[in-house]
Design a protein around this ligand. Structure first.
Ligand code: SF4
Length: 301
């Protein structure tokens, strides 16, 4: 089944305060969308033939109308109803059961370290690691599809293999390592939070090997093909469905196009690369910090 996705940021409120938060200060000027605004976005999605909705934020589970919004998505016959969450509130099994019975079938929790010393430091929230892990365990217990996301930063890149070990132990269905997008809070902290991709790669490849050896679907995001020799199948951009994003005050008609044309960038030397047509390049802020020396056009596959 081909997915046609709509991504709705239903609240900017959050119980974490991540050092890499791409939403930056949005929580200070817009708390959440109203129930009727979200329902309208859901109906518009159906009109444009979307079959998949991602409720995201901020932390979507903090929206007071979340359960009703999931029920509405189900009523409108969305096949895939996903929560992109930090997972903390899912440590409460009774709340998670309500989420599942309302119709959500995929949970995408964010895990940024294999231990509290790393995860809680990045989220600036005590006990967030324990709650996120409990949320993952609960989601698996209820038979929900669990696909995790880990943001790669200078604080956790050496920990990626340990994170992969933990995720395989928890039997998640899919995991993704996304290179930090240097906007929002990450832009403010860019002097220390962004690692060099070439330093990250040995740890990232080890982490992918751990997941692949256990038959888990593993992906990376914002790591171009020239870093991914032998791991090209893990490049997430190939499988991320295009679709609209309903953001705080803007509606992005097609986030995939935005990402390829504005968010990311390629260098003129990229024209020599065999992946030029399918590669999106790095987020454009990365070469502003580290330049283009690490990016080496691939001449043969
Ligand atoms: S097109 Fe450029 S960024 Fe993409 S893989 Fe090739 S050299 Fe790397």
């Amino acid at each position: 089944m081909i997915r046609k996705k709509i991504d709705i940021k239903i609240t900017f409120n959050c119980n974490n305060k991540c050092d890499f938060c791409a939403q930056g200060a949005k929580r200070t000027f817009i708390e959440r969308k109203t129930k009727s605004e979200v329902i309208k976005a859901l109906k518009d999605g159906i009109k444009s033939q979307a079959n998949s909705v991602v409720f995201t934020g901020g932390e979507p589970t903090l929206h007071p109308d979340l359960i009703e919004l999931i029920k509405e998505a189900k009523r409108l016959k969305y096949e895939y109803i996903q929560l992109q969450t930090n997972g903390r509130t899912l440590s409460d099994m009774s709340f998670l059961k309500k989420i599942k019975s309302a119709g959500a079938n995929e949970i995408s929790p964010a895990l940024h370290g294999s231990k509290p010393e790393i995860h809680d430091k990045l989220t600036n929230a005590d006990n967030s690691f324990n709650q996120t892990i409990k949320g993952i365990i609960n989601s698996k217990k209820l038979g929900l599809y669990v696909l995790t996301n880990t943001v790669i930063t200078s604080l956790n890149y050496k920990d990626l293999p340990q994170i992969a070990k933990l995720l395989t132990y928890l039997k998640v269905d899919q995991f993704q390592f996304a290179f930090v997008h240097i906007i929002g809070t990450a832009w403010e902290k860019r002097e220390w939070i962004v690692p060099k991709k070439s330093k990250v790669m040995p740890y990232l490849k080890k982490a992918l090997d751990i997941g692949i050896s256990k038959g888990i679907k593993c992906y990376t995001e914002a790591i171009p093909y020239c870093f991914m020799k032998g791991y090209e199948e893990c490049v997430a951009e190939k499988i991320i469905p295009d679709g609209p994003v309903v953001d705080a005050e803007v509606f992005v008609e097609n986030y995939g196009e935005y990402r390829r044309n504005e968010g990311k960038l390629k260098h003129k030397k990229c024209k020599k690369c065999v992946y030029f047509k399918i590669c999106e390049g790095p987020w454009r802020e990365y070469p502003e910090i580290f330049g283009w020396d690490e990016f080496k056009p691939v001449i043969t596959k």
